[in-house]
Design a protein around this ligand. Structure first.
Ligand code: NDP
Ligand code: BG6
Length: 534
C-alpha cells in the first residue's frame, strides 16, 4: 500500500497485522522526530548525535521537518545537553549552532509512564507545529541504552509514544463519511468494526537497537520474543555498525559485480580467510561493561561474524534486503560446532587492575577462533576470526589467502602466496599481493601489490561514518544492513556453547603483554589453519 493510497479491508479482528507492515521504502517527506534515548550517555555523545549532525550538514535532515529529542534520567536543560555534545560535532560554528537548536531534552525514567507521556506530548507538539498531517509523522527511537532496559523502554514506547497511524475509519455511514484518526494504542477500537477504509499516510515508528542483543542464545531469544510482541520485525533496526563501514558495504559489489572473483571464490582456490580486528588500547573506562561480555560477545559474535557472512554467502536473488539476509542466515546455519583446539583465548596483563574488573576475572580480551563452514563452496577452508584489545596496532581487515600455484616453476625462489586484502580501517584500501618479475636483467621474481588505496584513488571524496549511513537507512526503511532476528539467533547458536564454557571457567585465557601480537599460541593456531606469512 503506497503513501496516500486507499485500501478497503474486511476484518474481524487484529490477529493478522500484515496490513500494518512498514513499506520497504517510505517517503522521505513529512515530519520526522528522532528520539535518542540514553541521550546523556557515551554512545549518544560520541556517535549518535555526531552522525545526526553530519546528516543535517549534508542536507539529509531538513530543519523544516526534523526535530531531535534527547531522553534520559539525568536532569539537565536543553542547553546543558547541547554543551555536552557540541565538542563532538563539526568545526562549522554556524551549522553546529543551527543543528543544536533542533535538539530538545526531556528528562524521565525508563520504567514509568509519566516521562514517556511527557515525551509524547513534546513530540506531538513538534508535529503540530510543522502542520504535519496526522498519520504522516515519522518517529525514530534510537536506544543508546544499556540492554538491561530495552524491554521496559520498548514497552513504554509502545504504550505512550507511537506515531499516530495513517489510519482512518469511515464507518458506519458510507454516505456521510466522518473521518476519525486512531492512534496506535487505541487499536482495540477497531475490534468493534469489521469494515474499514484505511488511508496510508506514510507515517511510521521505528526502533534502533544497539548491540549487545543478549548474552547468549537463550537471553537473545527472550529479548527478541519480548520486543517482537511489541513491534513488527520491519520496525526493528538491530544495528551492527560494522555493516555501515564503507569497505564492508563494498563486499557485495566486489564479489558479485566482478567476473574476476567469481570462479576463484571457493575451496578449490582459497586456502584460508582471516577476519581480524585489533585495537592498540585496552578497555579504558569500559572495564565494567566489557568484563560482563568479553571480546567474543563484543566483537567476534557480531562484527566479525557479519563480515564472514558477506565473504562467504551465495549470491542473493537480488539486492532486496530479505534476499541478502536469507543468504547470510544460510551461511551461519552451515557453520560447524567450534572445537576446543580451534580456539585461543588471551587476557592482557594489567586488565584486572581496572577497579571495575573483578580480581579473578576469566574474561578474554583476545580471541582467535577458527570456524568451518560445511557447504559445497567452503568445506575445508578455515575462517579465522581474530580480535584483541591492547595489541600492537589498531586495524580491521579481511585477508583472503589463495592456495599455492600447482606445479609452480618458480617454487625454488620461495615466493609468497596470492593474498587479497581488504583493509576496513584505518585508511581504507584493497590490495592484491601477487608475484611479478623483479624489474631488471635477471629472471627473478618478487612479491608486489595491485593497490587500491582509497586516499589516493578517491582523494577528497568523504567516506561517511558507519552510524551516519545506518541512521539514514533507518529513515529510509532499508533493512539491508541490519541484523534480522533469525540471523541473530543463528549467530548465537554458533558461539553460545563456547561462551558458556568460558563463563564456567572451563577455558582459560592466556596472559599476553599489552602492545604485543597477543598470545603466541594464536600465531601457532594460524599456521595450523594453513596461513602462510607472505
Ligand atoms: P552508557 O553506560 O553511557 O549509558 C547510556 C545512558 O543510559 C546513560 O547516560 C544513563 O543515562 C543510562 N544508564 C546507564 N546505566 C543504566 C542503568 N543501569 N539503568 C538504566 N539506565 C542506565 O552506555 P553507552 O552510551 O556507552 O552505550 C549505549 C548502548 O550502545 C549500549 O547498549 C552499548 O553496548 C552500545 N554500544 C556502545 C558503544 C560505545 O562506543 N559507547 C559502541 C557500540 C555499542 P541516565 O542515567 O541519564 O538515564
Ligand atoms: C564496539 C565495541 O562495538 O566497537 C568496542 O563495543 C570497540 O569495544 C568498537 O572498540 C570498535 O569500533 P570501531 O568502529 O572503532 O572499529
Amino acid at each position: 500500500m503506497g503513501s496516500g493510497q486507499w485500501m478497503v479491508e474486511k476484518r474481524s479482528g487484529l490477529e493478522n497485522d500484515s496490513f500494518l507492515n512498514e513499506h520497504e521504502t517510505a517517503p522521505e517527506s513529512g515530519c520526522l522526530s528522532i528520539i535518542v534515548l540514553g541521550a546523556s550517555g557515551d554512545l549518544a555523545k560520541k556517535k549518535t548525535f555526531p552522525a545526526l549532525y553530519h546528516l543535517y550538514r549534508q542536507g539529509f535532515l531538513h530543519s523544516n521537518e526534523v526535530h531531535i529529542f534527547g531522553y534520559a534520567r539525568t536532569k539537565i536543560s536543553d542547553d546543558e545537553l547541547r554543551d555536552r555534545i557540541r565538542g563532538y560535532l563539526g568545526k562549522e560554528a554556524e551549522v553546529v549552532s543551527k543543528f543544536l537548536q533542533l535538539i530538545k531534552y526531556v528528562s524521565g525514567s525508563y520504567d514509568t509512564e509519566d516521562g514517556f507521556q511527557l515525551l509524547d506530548k513534546e513530540v506531538l507538539q513538534h508535529e503540530v507545529s510543522k502542520n504535519s498531517a496526522e498519520g504522516s509523522s515519522r518517529r525514530l527511537f534510537y536506544l543508546a541504552l544499556p540492554p538491561s532496559v530495552y524491554p521496559t523502554v520498548c514497552r513504554m514506547i509502545r504504550k505512550c509514544c507511537m506515531n499516530k497511524w495513517g489510519l482512518k475509519t469511515y464507518i458506519p455511514d458510507w454516505h456521510n463519511w466522518m473521518p476519525q484518526y486512531y492512534a496506535q494504542p487505541s487499536l482495540d477500537l477497531l475490534m468493534v468494526e469489521n469494515l474499514h477504509i484505511f488511508a496510508d499516510l506514510g507515517g511510521w515508528t521505528r526502533i534502533v537497537i544497539e548491540k549487545p542483543f543478549g548474552k547468549d542464545l537463550e537471553s537473545a531469544e527472550n529479548l527478541s520474543a519480548h520486543i517482537g510482541e511489541l513491534f513488527e520485525e520491519a520496525q526493528l533496526f538491530r544495528i551492527d555498525h560494522y555493516l555501515g563501514k564503507e569497505l564492508v558495504q563494498n563486499l557485495l559489489v566486489l564479489r558479485f559485480a566482478n567476473r574476476f572473483f567469481l570462479p576463484l571464490w571457493n575451496r578449490d582456490n582459497i586456502s584460508n580467510v582471516q577476519i581480524v580486528f585489533r585495537e592498540n588500547f585496552g578497555t579504558e573506562g569500559r572495564g565494567g561493561y566489557f568484563d560482563e561480555y568479553g571480546i567474543i560477545r563484543d566483537i567476534i559474535q557480531n562484527h566479525l561474524l557479519q563480515i564472514l557472512c558477506l565473504v562467504a554467502m551465495e549470491k542473493p536473488v537480488s539486492l532486496k534486503p530479505e534476499y541478502i539476509r536469507d543468504e547470510k542466515v544460510k551461511v551461519l546455519q552451515s557453520v560447524l560446532p567450534i572445537r576446543d583446539e580451534d580456539v585461543v583465548l588471551g587476557q592482557y596483563e594489567g586488565y584486572r587492575d581496572d577497579p571495575t574488573v573483578p580480581d579473578q576475572s576469566n574474561t578474554p580480551t583476545f580471541a582467535t577462533v577458527v570456524l568451518r563452514i560445511h557447504n559445497e563452496r567452503w568445506e575445508g577452508v578455515p575462517f579465522i576470526l581474530k580480535a584483541g584489545k591492547a595489541l600492537n596496532s589498531s586495524k580491521a581487515e579481511i585477508r583472503v589467502q589463495f592456495k599455492d600455484v600447482p606445479g609452480d616453476i618458480f617454487q625454488c625462489q620461495k615466493q609468497g602466496r596470492n593474498e587479497f586484502v581488504i583493509r576496513l580501517q584505518p585508511s581504507e584500501a584493497m590490495y592484491m599481493k601477487l608475484t611479478v618479475k623483479q624489474p631488471g636483467l635477471e629472471m627473478s621474481t618478487v612479491q608486489s601489490e595491485l593497490d587500491l588505496s582509497y586516499m589516493q584513488r578517491y582523494q577528497g571524496v568523504p567516506i561517511p561514518e558507519a552510524y551516519e549511513r545506518l541512521i539514514l537507512d533507518t529513515i529510509r526503511g532499508d533493512q539491508q544492513h541490519f541484523v534480522r532476528r533469525d540471523e541473530l539467533k543463528a549467530a548465537w547458536e554458533i558461539f553460545t556453547p563456547l561462551l558458556h564454557r568460558i563463563d564456567n571457567g572451563e577455558l582459560k585465557p592466556k596472559e599476553y603483554q599489552p602492545g604485543s601480537r597477543g598470545p603466541v599460541e594464536a600465531d601457532e593456531l594460524l599456521a595450523k589453519a594453513g596461513y602462510v606469512q607472505t
